[in-house]
Design a binder for this molecule. Sequence first.
Ligand code: HEM
Length: 179
Amino acid sequence: MSQVQKYPAGWRVLHWVMALMVLILLPTGLWMAARAEADIWGDLTDTLYSWHKAIGFSVLLLMILRIVLKVRLKSPPYPEHMPRKLQLAAKSLHHLLYVLLVLTPLFGWAGVTAYPALVTVGGYDLPAMPLVPVDRELADRLFDIHGVLAISLGVLIIGHIGAAFRHMFLKDGIIRRMV
Ligand code: HEM
């Protein structure tokens, strides 16, 4: 089998760290929102919110780093045997994941700025998003959009994982680029 060209080690670490963060954010987001909806407050709900905000904001910062790296680094080429249409579909899905990984935390951050509920883990406050006024109605609308974006992200991630499993079974070398 020909030598598989991998992403650089730092890039692969960033991918898996962010994957773990998003996989934590999706269920904790749903869980804490369900607790808030059921009017269940207390230490657990507060902890979920604090960590969700801290990890979510970190995802936003890491996405900036990732986009800078993506522009500077050239991705390893897909294997020649991979059909062009499939390469295009994979690239489109990855671009859409990038867009959602920026928009989802941006709307969450805008929501907590408008609410305002900026406090996170250890009592540290996130910076307020510039130009976003304090306005409860606006915050509710921003959270609604945040929720829709997060669910869409979750659906895309399921597709992304499904595609990864397919490559694993096909043993076409694609998986080894990122492990
Ligand atoms: C990739 C990053 C993020 C993901 C995947 C994510 C995911 C989610 C999910 C699935 C929900 C539940 C939505 C619902 O059921 O309505 C949620 C709610 C929430 N998220 Fe995020 N989130 C992210 C980033 C952030 C950030 C950066 C903040 C704030 C700094 C934030 C603050 C919130 C808040 C306050 C809620 C509750 C909204 C409500 O009670 O209606 N999230 N998030």
